[in-house]
Design a protein around this ligand. Structure first.
Ligand code: AMP
Length: 404
């Protein structure tokens, strides 16, 4: 479906054109009409589905049609990074509409706090905020959300995991009862249902199903420091002489080159595949892999979607993919069409929360295997988020003052 068919106005269509968005994603197709009808929404959708545009676009349209002097929309997001990302998307979409936005998060200096305060008092149209910092502004008494038309909670499950339930409840109390509320969450555990019940009014529900890994894939993980990974991969491959076809996925071209460098001294054939290669070279490399001339390929995600190479024995995720859908696509290269396969993920200390999130989405706890003794011990498995919360609340903030 096109965005025009979804009823978006010319100004937004023009911005979408510049951004190269041609067709709406499933969540956009389902959510935009509901939001434009002024209904509350409970949406189960993960990062990567296009959920951000699904709520920003209709809200920009409605705010542009009904301008106010007060803050019109408030988006609450769990982390500084996500708040910045959402506000950047708002700026891009709002290029041809006369609306202002600001990202409010912690860690800045006193001047920045004053600037945020000014923006909140003056009624910036769209506020994107992390809960803790917003609450400190609200507690000072100068923010008026009584005319707020839209409240959006993004990644609500993550916010609850980070211990923000009470903060959110407090923030909601500052807003008008007539508001339209949208709640987006990657998962729907009972505590999200409970939150939804207390802040949404007769919501429409939308769920974008995520794919699940095939049953035949044996999944395992190693907790390894970054510096241990290359040697670990070498050990894993050396220990499995009967595995004829192995794919190693990495998120960056640099890491692909690093792994290839370490494996190149081995007795087997190793080939890198990334966007560094021309299409023809890629095809040639794949042909050699399919004919088992090459035993190991090391690839970025260009390979993870869609390509059906049969009979892969082992997939190694050199790092944890950014979203669960990529994880499912990567490990889907093995165990296809009833055959069994093994998928091993290497998790460093920074990727544990990300992997934990993937486990929740695929509804499976993946076994963590101890590091081989000769490589030393790896980091301990931790999924607590208090460290993250501190980390994400810090840093600089941005402020878009312009009212175009
Ligand atoms: P999100 O799930 O909101 O984090 O979006 C994931 C990515 O998809 C972002 O980089 C968006 O810019 C992009 N995106 C969202 N909707 C569309 C669309 N309809 N067409 C093309 N890209 C999109």
């Amino acid at each position: 479906m096109t965005f025009e068919e979804l009823g978006l106005n010319e100004a937004l269509l023009e911005a979408l054109g510049y951004m190269g968005f041609e067709k709406a994603t499933p969540i956009q197709e389902k959510a935009i009409p509901v939001i434009l009808k002024n209904k509350d929404l409970l949406a189960c959708a993960q990062t990567g589905t296009g959920k951000t545009a699904a709520f920003i676009l209709p809200i920009l349209q409605m705010l542009a049609e009904n301008p106010t002097d007060h803050c019109g929309a408030l988006v609450i997001a769990p982390t500084r990074e996500l708040a910045i990302q959402i506000e950047q998307q708002i700026q891009a979409f709002a290029y041809f509409v006369n609306l202002s936005s600001i990202a409010v998060y912690g860690g800045g200096d006193g001047n920045e706090f004053v600037e945020q305060k000014k923006a909140l008092i003056n009624g910036t149209d769209l506020i994107v905020a992390t809960p803790g910092k917003l609450l400190s502004h609200l507690n000072m008494g100068y923010v008026n959300f009584k005319n707020l038309q839209f409240l959006i909670l993004d990644e609500a499950d993550r916010m609850l995991d980070m211990g923000f339930f009470e903060d959110i409840t407090k923030i909601v109390k500052y807003t008008s009862n007539d508001r339209q509320t949208l709640l987006f969450s990657a998962t729907m555990p009972p505590k999200i249902r409970q939150l939804a019940k207390s802040i949404l009014k007769q919501p429409e529900e939308i769920s974008i199903a995520i794919s699940k890994p095939a049953e035949g894939v044996l999944q395992a993980a190693y907790l390894a420091y970054e510096s241990q990974k290359a040697e670990l991969v070498k050990t894993l491959i050396d220990q499995k002489p009967n595995y004829e076809s192995i794919i190693i996925f990495s998120s960056t071209k640099k890491k692909v080159r690093d792994v290839v460098r370490v494996l190149n001294g081995s007795k087997y054939q190793v080939q890198a595949i990334s966007s560094d290669l021309e299409q023809k070279e890629r095809e040639m490399a794949l042909r050699k892999f399919k004919s088992k001339e090459t035993r190991v390929i090391v690839a970025t995600d260009v390979l993870s979607r869609g390509i059906d190479i049969k009979g892969i024995d082992l997939v190694i995720n050199y790092d944890v993919p950014s979203d669960a859908e990529d994880y499912v696509h990567r490990i889907g290269r093995t165990g296809r069409a009833q055959s069994t396969g093994v998928a091993i993920t290497l998790i460093n200390e920074d990727d544990m929360y990300k992997f934990h999130k993937i486990e929740k989405l695929i509804e499976k706890e993946v076994i963590k295997i101890p590091m081989p003794k000769e490589l030393g011990s790896g980091p301990e498995w931790k999924t607590h988020t208090s460290k993250k919360r501190g980390k994400y609340q810090g840093g600089k903030r941005r402020y878009n003052k312009s009212r175009r």
